[in-house]
Write a protein that binds this ligand. Structure first.
Ligand code: ATP
Ligand code: MG
Length: 199
C-alpha cells in the first residue's frame, strides 16, 4: 500500500485491513513515499517521520509491515520503481498495489503504465466523496484492477494536518501513538495545538 502517510490515519489502516481480508493477502506492506512528486506544491514532512509514524501505526498487526524502499531511494517516488524493488525483494510473490480511487484516476500520469499492470494487480479503494472518472476506469485493463469499497471513514491526512495546525483534536482519527509522535516532534505547526488527553 503506497501513500504519503503524512500522517498515517485510520482510513489507511481500515483500507489495508479490508484489502488483506478480501484478497486473503499474506501481508500488507506499507510503503511511505520518498519525495512525493505529485505533492510538490506543499511541504511534506520528512520521510523519516512519515516512515516512523507508519511503523508505530502498524506495529501491532502481524500482517502489516513497512518498507523503506521509497524512503531510501534518491529522488522522487514513482510507483514503477516501488513495484520493481518489491518484486526483486520478493521473487515469485504475487503483488497487489493498494491505493485510493483518487490515485487510480491519475494512473495514466504514472510512468510506464503498461509495465505497472504486468507487475501487480491494482486495488482501488473508494472513500466517501471520491468517484473515479468512468472514462479512466474504462481505459484500465479490468482484469488488473479491482475496486474495493471501504467502510466510509471521512478521514484524510490533509484534515488531520489542518486540525493539528488549528489546535483541534486528532485523537481517534490516527492511532494514539501517532498523536503522541506528532506532538513530540512538533509536526504540522503544533505549537498552537492543545495537548489534551481525552478523559
Ligand atoms: P492527503 O490528504 O495528504 O492527500 P490522504 O489522506 O489522501 O492524504 P495518502 O497518504 O495520500 O493519504 O493516502 C494513500 C492512499 O490511501 C491514497 O491513495 C488515498 O486515496 C487512500 N486513502 C486515504 N484515506 C482514505 C480513506 N479514508 N478511505 C480509503 N482510502 C483512503
Ligand atoms: Mg491523498
Amino acid at each position: 500500500m503506497g501513500g504519503t502517510f503524512d500522517p498515517v490515519h485510520h482510513g489507511h489502516l481500515v483500507a489495508a485491513s479490508e484489502a488483506q481480508a478480501w484478497f486473503d493477502l499474506d501481508e500488507v506492506v506499507f510503503v511511505p513515499t520518498g519525495e512525493p512528486w505529485q505533492k510538490s506544491h506543499r511541504e511534506v514532512s520528512p520521510a523519516e517521520d512519515r516512515y516512523l509514524m507508519t511503523v508505530i501505526a502498524t506495529a501491532s498487526n502481524p500482517r502489516f509491515r513497512v518498507s523503506r524502499v521509497d524512503v531510501d531511494r534518491e529522488g522522487p517516488t514513482y510507483t514503477i520503481d516501488t513495484l520493481r524493488d518489491l518484486a526483486a525483494e520478493l521473487p515469485g510473490v504475487e503483488l497487489f498495489f493498494i491505493t485510493g480511487a483518487d490515485a487510480l484516476a491519475d494512473i495514466f500520469s504514472w510512468r510506464d503504465a503498461e509495465e505497472l499492470f504486468s507487475l501487480a494487480q491494482f486495488v482501488g479503494c473508494t472513500r466517501p466523496g471520491t468517484e473515479v472518472d468512468p472514462a479512466t476506469l474504462a481505459a484500465i485493463p479490468s482484469d488488473r484492477v479491482t475496486m474495493l469499497e471501504i467502510p466510509a471513514l471521512a478521514i484524510s491526512s490533509t484534515d488531520c494536518r489542518e486540525r493539528q495546525r488549528q489546535g483541534r483534536p486528532v485523537w481517534y482519527l490516527v492511532p494514539d501513538g501517532v498523536v503522541q509522535y506528532i506532538h513530540k516532534h512538533r509536526l504540522y505547526a503544533a505549537s498552537a495545538a492543545r495537548w489534551d488527553t481525552p478523559t
